[in-house]
Structures are given as C-alpha cells and as structure tokens.
Design a protein around this ligand. Structure first.
Ligand code: ATP
Length: 440
C-alpha cells in the first residue's frame, strides 16, 4: 500500500480479448457457445498459471523452513463437511425476482428491486454453495459426496499425519494448491469469480495466544508477495472484516483487496481460524488432533492463521498490472510487463530471416538456451511483428540472429521494457540472459 492515488487498470474486456488472441485464456466449450463462466487456459495461460503457482510455492515452501506441502484429494468423506460446518453454514443469501425470475446474491446488490427488471424481490433464502455429486453407481442419499469448496479441510484432517511424519514444532505451516468448486449464485468479471477455480492455501499452526502476531505477520508477507512479483502497491489495500461479516470459523479476517476495473474487491483473505477446525474434526472423528508442547509438558490444540488465495484471481491481477499501451514511432505498442518469473516465455529466438544460411546458427542459439529457460523459436513474418507479438505475451527478452552473426558469432538481445538492444557474443549469451532475468 502507498499514499499514491491508485488509477484503475485496463478494462476486463480488453484483457479478455488479449488473452483470447494470444492464447492465454479461452471461453470453455466455446464451439458450443461457451458454458457459464468457465474458462480454459491456452498455451500461454498454462505457462503463466504454472509460474504463478510456482512463485507462491517458492515463497511459501521452498524459501522457508517452517512450511511443508500437501496434495489432498478433492473428494473427501462427507463427514469432513459436517464437522467443518460447511454443510450447515456454507450458504449465500439468494434472492429471486418475482417477475423475471432472475436470481441474485442478496449481499451483492444494493437495491430492494430487481437489478435486471426492477421487479419485486422475494425474501432471501440461504443457498448452500457446495457442489453435490454421487460416489459409485447408486444415486441415493448414502452416496452423496461434495466437491471441496476449499482446500483447507484436506490440511486439517491430515494435521496428525503431517505432524507425526515431519516432527514439526510449532509454529509450522502446511501449504496446498488445487481446485475448489463453489456453486456461486452469480459469476462473472472474466476469471474473477467462477464455479471451478484453483486455490493456494496455507494453514499456519501456532501456540494458542500467539495468533494475533502471526496474523499481522502473514498479512504483510502476503501483501509483499504480490508486490515482489509485479503487482502495483497502490492498487492493493487491506480491508478488515466487520464482526458480523466474519465466516463461521473466523475470529478475525483481513482481505487484501485490489482495485479491479469494477472496483475494490477481495484478492486474498487472511483469517484467524482459532482452534475451530481441529477441535471440530477431533469431536466428529473421535481422534485427538493435538500437539505435545515439550516446554510446558502439556497437550495443546494449535491455533491457526490462514492466508487463502485464488490462483485465477492472482493471475488476473498480475495480467492487469502488467498491461501497458504506449506509442512508439507513431504506432501503438501493447506489452505485458510481467515479472520474468511469471512470463510464459523467457526468451524468444528470432532469426532475422528464414533464409537457409541463418537457420543452423539460429538453431544452435536455441539449443544453447532451451535447456535453461522456457523459450520460443519464431521465424514467421517480419521482425517488427514478431517483437510486437512477444511484447504482448510478456516475453522479457528476444534474441535476434542476423546475417552479421555468421561473421562475428554475436547476437542481439532486445529487452521488452526498454526496447534496448545490445550485441553479445554467443559464447557469453547464457550469462548475459541470466543477468537480465533476475529473481527467476
Ligand atoms: P467471496 O466473499 O468473494 O465469495 P470468499 O470470502 O468466500 O469470497 P474465501 O473463502 O476467502 O473467499 O476464498 C479464498 C480465496 O479464494 C479468495 O480470496 C479468492 O481469491 C478465491 N476465490 C473464492 N471464491 C472464488 C471464485 N468463485 N472464483 C475464483 N476465485 C475464488
């Protein structure tokens, strides 16, 4: 956060169109007319997504010695959701218009009349947003299971497994990434709110009574993570939940909000979950979920602080903050100033022409770089068009192989942001590229 007045980012339809045109994100089932706010990640999008997840994993697990990973299954015992309170509490207030029958989430509309036709709205009723399915061939009550609405419960039910196999001392965390599903009443704003999405959550287990300080710590850590990987500080802020707004498990929640084109909205939530989940699972399963504190010689139920982020929402923020339009030589240049660690392609190898004399050298340069970085080889169309294409997918560096290369064994590195070009001997190319891609 900073004192600078934030300017909103580019509109979502501009971003959605770039994403489609350049192979980041396609509407799902598009040849059938699309399907209800579902999206598919294309060749560039899948790289970006992997990189965003990797940047999180790196900051939360790899660079620390107090957090370990987990990959729990999406389908879990229905008893998990009874214990966690989701079966009774994971509800959104649904209102229906008496005239046009459209449905809305009550807390998302200001007016008392229907936003679509101004008709009268019926009383709100609670709608459980967990997706139901059946496990096995018989579709009866006993076979009902849920697609998980959050990854967190997979962590809580594995608390004992992880603690005993890793012998961790408090405080320690368990991190997880994976798909979650919520039957949202309203979706939209591109990939901001969908029914199938991916989450990155970490449950940080601490000694009871120390959760306030860890809550502060994790709020700051998480905010700094966004800035480290390219989000603009002035478009981020903390918003603390009012007591009546808190989820059933929470004793305090802060949202990191981002100034989306439609206004400030939640990007990530950091919640104090107290000992609620472990105690609930201990009660419902009959298994002890405790930690033996050697200092006091007592068993305690740890308290929990949880940062929970949606992968797709993070992707949207990094894309919006990277987007830039400028005029260069009377022509519009659109670029994504993505952090090198997030950019789908790190280096593009561009032979100046398709002439056969250049091909073997250009291939040699490609072979030199591709074991180390995600690269792309592109020899189609004019060099200007190829630079523009790479700018638009956020490639930080282009390496151009030209006819002089055949004589001087050197190539040109062109930087995305400054458009600066420097000549480098092929013998030094790998180091020169590494130097220009910090924090990979
Ligand atoms: P909201 O109040 O907006 O429905 P929430 O407070 O229920 O969201 P959390 O349960 O805190 O959301 O989920 C943690 C994170 O998961 C959110 O900050 C968001 O980044 C992501 N997330 C939640 N729901 C969705 C969704 N339907 N689509 C995409 N991402 C989501």
């Amino acid at each position: 956060m900073s004192d600078e007045t934030p300017t909103p980012s580019v509109d979502l339809d501009v971003m959605a169109s770039l994403c489609k045109r350049r192979g980041f994100i396609f509407p799902s089932s598009e040849i059938y007319g699309g399907f209800e706010s579902t999206w598919d990640y294309g060749p560039m999008g899948v790289e970006l997504k992997r990189n965003v997840k990797e940047a999180w994993w790196r900051a939360m697990v790899r660079e620390r010695d107090d957090i370990v990973g987990l990959d729990a299954s999406i389908l879990m015992s229905p008893k998990v959701w009874e214990a966690s309170g989701h079966t009774t509490n994971f509800n959104d207030p649904l209102v229906e218009c008496k005239s046009c029958r459209k449905r809305f989430r009550e807390d998302e509309i200001d007016a008392k009349a229907c936003p679509a036709c101004e008709g009268e709205l019926a009383e709100a009723r609670q709608f459980n947003t967990m997706f139901k399915t059946f496990v096995g061939p018989i579709e009866d009550e006993a076979a009902i299971a849920y697609l998980r609405p959050e990854t967190a419960q997979g962590i809580f039910v594995n608390f004992d497994n992880v603690q005993t196999t890793t012998r961790r001392k408090l405080p320690f965390g368990i991190a997880q990434q994976g798909k979650s599903f919520r039957n949202e009443i309203t979706t939209g704003n591109f990939i901001f709110r969908t029914r199938e999405f991916e989450q990155m959550e970490m449950e940080y287990f601490v000694m009871p009574g120390t959760d306030d300080e860890w809550y502060d710590y994790w709020r700051n850590e998480r905010l700094n993570w966004f800035v480290r990987f390219g989000a603009r500080k002035e478009r981020l802020r903390f918003r603390e939940h009012d007591p009546e707004e808190l989820s059933h498990y929470s004793t305090g929640t802060t949202d990191i909000e981002y100034l989306f084109p439609m206004g400030w909205a939640e990007l990530e939530g950091i919640a104090k979950r107290s000992d609620y989940d472990l105690k609930q699972h201990a009660k419902h399963s009959g298994k002890k979920l405790e930690y033996f504190d050697e200092a006091s010689g007592e068993h305690v139920v740890p308290y929990v602080v949880e940062p929970a982020l949606g992968v797709d929402r993070a992707i949207l923020v990094f894309l919006l903050d990277a987007y830039q339009e400028e005029v260069v030589n009377d022509e519009k240049r659109t670029l994504l100033r993505l952090h090198p660690a997030l950019a789908p392609i790190k280096v593009a190898i561009l032979p100046l022409s398709r002439k056969e004399t250049l091909a073997p050298t250009a291939r040699k340069v490609w072979d030199l770089l591709r074991p180390h970085f995600m690269t792309q080889f592109d020899d189609a169309q004019s060099i200007g068009r190829r630079y523009r294409r790479q700018d638009e997918i956020g490639t930080p560096l282009c390496v151009t192989v030209d006819f002089d290369t055949l004589d001087d064994d050197a190539v040109t590195i062109r930087e995305r942001d400054s458009m600066e070009q420097i000549r480098v001997p092929i013998a030094n190319l790998l180091d020169a590229v590494r130097d220009r891609l910090p924090d990979l």
